[in-house]
Design a protein around this ligand. Sequence first.
Ligand SMILES: [Zn+2]
Length: 646
Amino acid sequence: MLVCFPALSQAADYLYQPVSFTAVRVTGGFWQTKQEVNRTVTVPFALQQCEESGRLKNFDLAAEVMRRRAAGEPGFQVKPPTIFPFDDTDVYKAIEGASFVLSMKPDAVLEQQLDGYIARIAAAQEPDGYLYTFRTMHPDSPGHDWVGVKRWEKDPELSHELYNAGHLYEAGAAHFQATGKRTLLDICLKNAELLWRDFGDGKLRIAPGHEIVEMGLVKLYRVTGDQRWLDLAKTFLDARGPGGSAYNQRHKLVVDQDEAVGHAVRANYLYSGMADVAALKGDERYVTAIKKIWTDVVSKKLYLTGGVGARADGEAYGAAYELPANGYNETCAAVALMMWNHRMFLLTGEARYMDVFERTAFNGFLSGVSVSGDRFFYTNPLVYDGKATNNAGLAGRAPWFGCACCPPNLMRTLAALTGYFYAVRDEALYVNFYAQSEGEAKVAGTTVKLSQATDYPWSGKVQLMVTPATPAKFTVKLRIPGWAQGRPVPSDLYAYSEAITPAWTLNVAGTPVTTQPENGYVSITREWHRGDLVELNLPLAVRAVQGNEKIAATRAQVAFERGPVVYCVENVGGKTPLAGLTVPATVKSITTAARPDLLGGVTVLSIDGAVIAGVDGGAKAIEAIPYFAWNNRGLAPMTVWLSLKP
Ligand SMILES: [Zn+2]
């Protein structure tokens, strides 16, 4: 229901403008704990891993090869010592995440550390702007099977030259915005000038083999205002298809694509890039395509945890309803799905996209990092046998990976999460995400302070204090999550077992509001005064969920969730054997308990009436924990979907 198109074609950007992450900070509760662990453990850990794994050294080697050849050793080159030609991007993503952290909290030591890394990156850049360590350190012949003899020629397959450029640009924009320093940004612009010389004005038509350069170029455009970077982003989108591989979405022109296919991270980055270019260039055909693809994903290819990419083979989207419990669900695919859904919201102003965002954020995204912040999942299946080496060849959470795309991707997203909380269009403020926080937005020309007090997701009570600089009339739009309206997802892919009468309540300055949501939002239009209190109460009853009959893996199964949090049962210490475990379909016998001592502080479920075949004692109560917190207590079998008692 896109009513905005005539306007979009003239608009310079998204109609719904996000309130920057730098204008909002979490001040307590669930996400503060996660962001603090991210800042104090994950960021330094990831930077250290970039050093120890040799990823930073690749830049030094590329620089050394250039230096020694220039000094009279023409044959000198070095075989790339790390595994993948995209290893450079882990450094870029780590710098991006660290920059986001710096934006929120100045840290001279961290800033200096980044300066050192950036100097090493600069030294590895070739004089004409090319930056790709795997070629520069081994220039006489390809030093890796994926690298072409000539620049770019193997990019549509696996060289990842443009993928590296995309992550470089995202890091450069983030570092510039955090520090005001142009060091990394200038490296980006020198590289982008090369891209413009090689690809601009339709010179060389190459479909990037792993998308992200499109989003990266848009970030350069936003930072510099240079139209060429936006034009290049569109050039790369339009270079896809027809007739290429579906693995990386080159099977059709992007405007003709209507299903999510192929490598899930590549796909979701592509759809995000299409949204950006559509917003900035007003091309309706992109929006039509990504809306069709989104409908395909949420009605046929989305896990209950908000994960996507069912197949390990090709790290890919599966066929319709192909959602096996042991699905692949790469952490990066969850990150990319969040990016894409946020952009769909920014295009349309519809809450259903943020509903998907929220489901992914609390489940299939957050599961990617341990409570301690230094152990990670590359894959996020909904079942585990306690021993499989399905996490990129490892059993259980791992400290790092040979292909280490996921940890820094998660890290950068978590660091800038507050950028997803609010958005503004004209005289309306959109409240998309509930978390204890303080923020500020410009609405209807007035600066408005926004203070959320809540223990969400463990409590459904949200108190939002709205304080305009001077009394002003505008609209506050509160997202009423789909789960609070009886819909786990915006499709019939999953449904609650028991019909639910929406029972949320809303008071504004002490007066009940009974307006029904439109496009997922309840609108409150009034003259706002200092300290006006919005009290939203979302009832957090436990819900039993069933999958669509077409999903083979969830037939005769049930899963439990509470608010946006999906639960799982983990057989820690052998107390809850999962083989032969059956549970009642009803939630009547489920009780909840807050456990601040457990897994960083979680609310657990006690499911009474469970039966474990072959275990004496008849029906008993078993414990379920939030899915995101599994595998923090050693290797143990786990399952989200539970068999129904006959
Ligand atoms: Zn990844």
